[in-house]
Design a protein around this ligand. Structure first.
Ligand SMILES: [Fe+2]
Ligand SMILES: [Fe+2]
Length: 319
């Protein structure tokens, strides 16, 4: 309840939970190899090696699929920043350290596999892709959870939502690619993101049991400030509009498939171990979720109108 602990004490108390969940993760994680998910026979040299450079008609992906897959890949490319953040939030040794390094190695595989797929299939401009990667990684990410606090509680709350959000986004991106090879790769990556989410969700659940008020306060702050990674990426505004408009990751999915299921899993609205401060935070969170639900309806109405306008324009142009 009113118990206060420093981040270092929390990390010490939660280390056995981290160790148990690390072992659980290692027993469930599948080893897979990026090269098994890339259609190498479609590859050919670019001009520097005597072949042909990329041109737009070589891409088999729609504009929406390209926007989604590039945004997902650039997010994976920003791994050095995320590694820095979680290695600062967690402890430098024991199970925390083993987890951070293992997680980093798995995330790196996602970027490798996606880039190989995109370049071999000529789905996107490889020059623009490399320039975008340089811009993203050079800029880095320093306040992904939006709270300015990157200690263990907000850190672990943020990554729980974030891993689940990337699972949803990778899964739906696979669907819009309309290529069974891309779909298989993105499903494989989404399954990894799900296991990452479970690790963080279990840690954050244990933090709620340990310091209920402080953990809830961190969770509520993260929900209030949540944004998808990618602000600052080249073309981020345009791409994020396409991603939301075409149901790859939108406000409805954010609320119904990410925020609410996790809060239910943590039993936030039925627990009785909060003190007065925690009760207050919970009331404010409930009010925030209500207003988010209203935003969802507004967003869907606007989207329906925009899609209807697009359809009318397409009909006019073809008639
Ligand atoms: Fe990933
Ligand atoms: Fe992940």
């Amino acid at each position: 309840m009113g118990k206060t602990m420093t981040p270092a004490q929390i990390l010490r108390e939660l280390e056995p939970v981290a160790e148990a969940n690390l072992n659980r993760h290692l027993s469930l994680a599948k080893d897979w190899h990026p090269h098994d998910y890339v259609p190498w026979s479609q590859g050919r040299n670019f001009a520097a090696m005597g072949g042909t450079d990329w041109s737009p008609e070589q891409s088999g992906l729609s504009e929406v699929a390209r926007a989604a897959v590039v945004t997902n890949l650039l997010t994976e490319d920003n791994l050095p920043s995320y590694h820095r953040l979680i290695s600062t939030a967690f402890s430098r040794d024991g199970a925390w350290r083993t987890w951070v390094d293992r997680w980093t190695a798995e995330e790196n595989r996602h970027g490798i596999a996606l880039r190989d797929y995109l370049v071999v299939t000529r789905s996107v401009d490889p020059v623009a892709l490399e320039q975008a990667r340089m811009a993203c990684v050079s800029q880095g990410v320093d306040n992904p959870n939006g709270t300015g606090d990157h200690t263990v509680l907000p850190g672990v709350a943020y990554v729980t939502f974030q891993e689940l959000a990337t699972r949803v986004s990778h899964r739906n991106t696979g669907r819009v690619c309309q290529d069974p090879v891309a779909d298989r790769l993105l499903s494989r990556i989404a399954a990894d993101e799900n296991l990452h989410m479970v690790f963080y969700r279990n840690i954050c659940g244990a933090a709620l049991d340990l310091v209920p008020d402080a953990a809830l306060s961190a969770i509520a702050a993260v929900i209030r400030n949540f944004r998808m990674p990618g602000a600052g990426m080249p073309d981020f505004r345009r791409n994020s509009v396409l991603i939301a408009k075409h149901g790859i990751y939108d406000l409805r999915q954010h609320l119904d498939e990410v925020v609410l299921p996790v809060l239910r899993k943590w039993n936030i609205f039925d627990r009785n171990d909060f003190g007065p401060a925690g009760e207050q935070t919970r009331d404010a969170l409930a009010a925030h979720l209500d207003s988010l639900a209203k935003d969802v309806i507004r967003f869907e109405e606007q989207r329906d109108r925009a899609l209807a306008r697009d359809a009318a324009r397409a009909a006019r142009n073809s008639g």
